[in-house]
Design a protein around this ligand. Sequence first.
Ligand code: GLU
Length: 608
Amino acid sequence: MGRATPTLISTLAAGALALTAATGGAATADPGPPPVGHDLPKVPVMRGAGGAVASVDPIVSQIGIDVLERGGNAADAAVAMAAAVGVVEPYSSGIGGGGFFVHYDADTGKVETIDGRETAPASFHDKVFVGADGTAMDFDTVVNSGLSVGVPGTPATWEMAAERYGTMSLNKLLKPAEETARKGFVVDQTFHDATADNAERFAMFPDTAKIYLPGGEPIKVGAVLRNPDLAKAYRQLRTHGSAAMQRGAMGEAVVDTARNPRTAPGVTVPSGQMTRSDMRAYEAKVKAPTHSEHRGLDIYGMAAPSSGGIAVGEILNLLESYEERTGKRTQDLSEGEWAHWFAEASATAFADRNRWVGDVPDVPTQELLSQDFADERSCLFGEDSTMTRPVPFGQPDGSYDDCQASTETTAVGSEDQHTTSLTAVDKDGNTVTYTLTIEQYGGSGMVVPGYGFLLNNELTDFNFTPVTDGVPDPNLPGPGKRPRSSMAPTIVLEDGTPWMTAGSPGGATIITTVAQLVGGVVDHDLAIGDALAAPRVSSRNGSATELEPALADGDVGDYLRSLGHATKKVDRIGNATGIRVHGLDDLEAAAEPTRASGGSAMVVDEDR
Ligand code: GLU
């Protein structure tokens, strides 16, 4: 056994960074302090002891490992890592956004969650995204505007996680991220490409263009991206906690930006409605997790306003029901058969999620997660045929005998792929999986002047108009309401102790990615790294069953089409992280090997 990698925090603290840019030319030409290093290895699977982490970026994972090595626990590591993601992956998450934090406490054996979702202003109502002509406003117009910006929940989440579960102060935990923002990091191809993809909308907002489009062009590969304004924002959070956001000048700047977006000459965008009192009223909420069982394991996830825990649990329950109905076991299925089963289960779960889940008081969580409900819903399943899309939603009414499905249907709203997922297990078994976002890649496109972070466009996760005429829609906008999410940070326990974690970005595909990852490990006995790398299928009750290329172009695609699936090839689905806990002295951390240029898994003491 030996330490995985050098310690980033200690080098930062000593002010003598050994970890400098791999792209030597740009880094040496740069006059500022040496940037934080991209010479850290990107290892997708690492196994060992002493604690483990996984994230999208090795700088982030190293910061998590450093926290664990200094005696911090999993919650400490997760907060420090999340803060670092906000610096090196600022388009996917940050203090201008929100997220969901799932925590297992090794002392009490209890799983608890923090709902740090953004909220709508108190002035919102169900027609706020309806134009003068009575139809839904143009989606992209709302994305790039103040109207899509929800009150950020991430600073309050970090503070609550550190105080409730952690052992270190927020001040300490945000220090490495602050220093990374100040010293900078070296821009890689992925970051450059993401900037180029967003260049047009970033150019609409001068405070954003100043950071990411220097000289009017997307920041170049090899350039050092320093963000002193963001370092200032982190410094204020370190000093004043979430009050810096909710009651301080930083929060006032957020409100001003949402209400009066600063745009380039000739550009106008809709204004937002957020007020200072909305900002002051924000609360991260401690919530009970969702719970379901799968093959003797306990699956804990995120409850409403996320649909993640409910939908992942229902998919896994449906797979068990299909086994009952067919007399076959998932592990004996061919790859094509399994893809069909999974697609049918996920389409069914999405029908139910769309009808029943949102930030409303009466979400029938227990019923939707009951095996009896899944058994009833499985009556629509055919081994040799495809259910017509959209699949009708079910009735989670506690009475499950016949094949009852509503004749009403719900269409599927548009959602895209963004966000970030990270996870940590410490030496004592405390466990976190945390998914956070600013919604679209680059959020609303608006950087808060003087504070260097992007504001979310989370309120576009509301349905602008009811998805089906005459059917109640739990996800319409409302005062102080939180838009429905698909984020699905998941902790799996066996006999009360951690067995695995899973999480992913990817909009609504988060649900199918996480269910597939858990199913791959539990049902197919795959190593977590193999389950995470496996090509993915995603059916979300729209007309097409999406397949990654390895499936779409091969026998699986042919088989699905022969059953009637309308397949659609997509470049990639998800970018997951997870940890398989074989024992506290045997942790297997896994991150993405190839998608989106890969992620980073690390352990404190690697098996050699
Ligand atoms: N806003 C999305 C959700 O909460 C996450 C953003 C994304 O991954 O597209 O489900």
